[in-house]
Design a protein around this ligand. Sequence first.
Ligand code: ADP
Ligand code: MG
Length: 353
Amino acid sequence: MTESGPRPGEAEPPVLFEARDLVKRFRTRRHVVQAVNGVSLRIPRGRTVGLVGESGSGKSTVARLALRLLDPTSGELNFDGIDLMRVSRAEMRALRRRMQIVFQDPLGSLNPRMRVVNAVGEPLAVHGLAKGRALVDRVVELLERVGLSSADVYKFSHQFSGGQAQRIGIARAVATDPDLIVCDEAVSALDVSVQAQVLNLLKRLQAELGLSYLFIAHDLNVVRYMADEVCVMYLGQVVERGDGDALFRDPRHPYTRMLVAAVPEFAPAEGKGRRSVPRGEPASPSDPPPGCRFHPRCPEAMRRCEQEAPVLRRIAADRVVACHLFDPADAPPVYSPVPLPDSLPDSTEASAT
Ligand code: ADP
Ligand code: MG
């Protein structure tokens, strides 16, 4: 956990990626699924932002929106100063060289008879970065970088274990020398010991290559290990955001407290007696409850929570929470519903804390 958190004396690196007020609704035959409902996040260069929340909270949808693999219903996306909502399809395709994704099962979508050289080399070929002998050489270099060897280059992807397959997926993601990698449940299918190796590989590559990660997982331990800053999602919304370690040590939103209390390693000793076990199931995103979406499950719900949706407010230097328990009338909302054209939201918040 040593690398996470603010680094004293260091200026915050520039923002590489920013999403503002992302909304995604899926229209199915019967419903409108409100999968993502006003999510904002910002990833500084070289840092890791974690996204955690129960299954169905909208994490994968955020991942796909971030890379414009899906079109948002509304919202803004900015990557290294480029407005992703205004680029053409061709420009977006070219930008994907700099924005990659690692899935839970990266080789699952590929033909099992595909050789490693093609699996890892495909993005190089697609972006016209290498071909022929140079492509093979680059793939060998990438395999060695992720802990595999030149002997693997002509093997078939189905010949590898889960951990090795994930290394191949990571080699494929870093092949084009990206700035941002979205990891969506990238280690969730692996055994704990293999998980640790792959997480350490991701950390090493981040240090060596200056990568920024949007790191998504439902497992709090995994996110805590990786993320400098964590966003907790519930039913399509961020309900709490803060420094990784501090957030898990001192969760404030009742939902985060519920998640943390369910992980034995995190439950504070003095809280053991009154440990809240996650209760109930999330509501359906096609029929979310009025007011605070969490109120039907919240042990501290008040009358107001049934009627009025809380907005994210800054409650400490490095913590924002959307909950009426922390809602003094004078605290300004963190992300204004009307986009502020020429000032970043944090600079306006800072004066208010
Ligand atoms: P998570 O990754 O946190 O488990 P997802 O982003 O996959 O959550 O899904 C969020 C919600 O959106 C879920 O209720 C899911 O069923 C729904 N959803 C995701 N993709 C689609 C789609 N293509 N069509 C309809 N509903 C979808
Ligand atoms: Mg998912």
